[in-house]
Design a protein around this ligand. Structure first.
Ligand SMILES: NC(=O)c1ccc[n+]([C@@H]2O[C@H](COP(=O)([O-])OP(=O)(O)OC[C@H]3O[C@@H](n4cnc5c(N)ncnc54)[C@H](OP(=O)(O)O)[C@@H]3O)[C@@H](O)[C@H]2O)c1
Length: 364
């Protein structure tokens, strides 16, 4: 990433995952020289589920195929700590979707290793795992960078934390949190079959290769859990009622049979779009935490003046009601999906860890 710089302390980083997001992290690392972030991060470990490479002096930020070409070592989570070494600022960047890696977050934090993550399985699943992460951070002072987990780096979690730090109580949150579902519903056109929209979204790379992962609403459940817990409402997974858009017959099909069966989505969606339109409303996929603590992920028919009714493309849009934003919510909107934005958010979080280390050194 950079040569070790004598004047500035360098954070050593281990990158886990070399898929879409991990590759974009490597690409962005290669662009840092010449910017204020140059020389702050030293890549000492990179791996995926199969192989890994280490170099204490720093690995070059090459594309994964080149970086891992000569990898001889099988990947192992235990090796990550060894690769990071015993001292200094050490950061694990989690660009996987692995429950095993997420289960390790609290252990690393407990040993003073910072974690920055795009993976929602650390804070967006069981309350126990979320609690273990909070406790480990409190015990060691290690930082958990999570801005890539919801809204791909949009200032959502940090705004909630800043409001709470100022004494605010968060009353309600409502958000369009899935870029793919936002894109699928933006036209509000009952004449275009929903299955055709799903195929187009997949072709654009807006959905997962298996679009059922988006349509099930499970990814949005995790995002809402992370937002709610950050806002001071420690919900359990089962506290969020999720309406899946995948009918039972479609959920059990093998992936190669899915395309031919997508048409079953069309009639129910057309009915709902037409009903919403007849009522002068628009259909949106909304994650909502209500003032009474009820939490839902569902299609909602919204009036045009609703804070979530507008927005275009794959934009995320989140409305926050709190003590000071009581009548009119605070609304945060912007591009909230994609590997490039997610990678930028991960590296921003890693650089923030290093900046806080600098601040502590300066104060000592
Ligand atoms: N793609 C996006 O736009 C986006 C946006 C926001 C957040 N995210 C989140 O970012 C994460 C990564 O997404 P992605 O799209 O990059 O996924 P992806 O393309 O499927 O890549 C996942 C990577 O994780 C690796 N991996 C799996 N288990 C591992 C383990 N135990 N140790 C080390 N590496 C392991 C995989 O290894 P192999 O190569 O060996 O399979 C693969 O390289 C996910 O949590 C996703 O929800 C993605």
């Amino acid at each position: 990433v950079s040569a070790h710089c004598a004047e500035q302390p360098v954070a050593r980083i281990a990158l886990l995952g070399t898929g879409r997001v991990g590759s974009a992290v490597l690409e962005r690392l290669a662009t840092l020289p010449g910017t204020p972030a140059a020389g702050r991060l030293l890549l000492v470990h990179a791996g995926n589920s199969r192989v890994a490479v280490d170099c204490r002096a720093g690995l070059p930020p090459l594309p994964p195929a080149a970086l891992l070409r000569d990898a001889v070592r099988a990947a192992s989570l235990e090796a990550v700590e060894h690769a990071l070494g015993p001292h200094g600022t050490r950061i694990v960047i989690d660009a996987t979707a692995s429950g095993d890696v997420a289960e390790h977050h609290a252990q690393w934090l407990g040993r003073g290793i910072h974690v920055v993550t795009a993976c929602k399985l650390g804070q967006g699943t069981g309350l126990q795992r979320w609690g273990a992460i909070q406790s480990a951070c409190a015990a060691t002072g290690a930082m958990y960078g999570d801005s890539a987990t919801v809204g791909a780096g949009l200032p959502l979690l940090r705004t909630l934390r800043a409001l709470r730090a100022g004494g605010e109580r968060i009353h309600q949150i409502a958000g369009v949190l899935s870029g793919s579902l936002a894109w699928l519903l933006q036209g509000d056109d009952a004449q275009v079959p929903f299955s055709a929209q799903v195929r187009a979204a997949r072709a654009h790379g807006y959905t997962e290769p298996d679009p059922r992962a988006d349509l099930s609403g499970e990814d949005v459940r995790r995002k809402l859990l992370i937002l709610a817990r950050t806002a001071g409402h420690p919900l359990k997974e089962r506290d969020v009622r999720v309406e899946s858009l995948v009918p039972p017959g479609l959920s059990s099909l093998p992936l190669d049979a899915l395309d031919a069966a997508l048409g079953v989505l069309d009639a129910p969606l057309r009915t709902r779009l037409e009903r919403a339109r007849a009522d002068g409303r628009v259909l949106r996929h909304v994650a909502r935490l209500r003032a009474d603590g009820a939490a839902t992920v569902a299609l909602e028919a919204l009036l045009p003046g609703d804070p979530l009714a507008t927005g275009s493309g794959t934009d995320n849009r989140v409305a926050i009601w709190s003590d000071r934003y009581r009548a009119q919510p605070l609304v945060i909107q912007g591009p909230g999906a994609g590997a490039g934005l997610t990678a930028a958010a991960l590296l921003d979080d890693a650089l923030a860890v290093q900046a806080s280390y600098d601040a502590r050194l300066a104060a000592a």
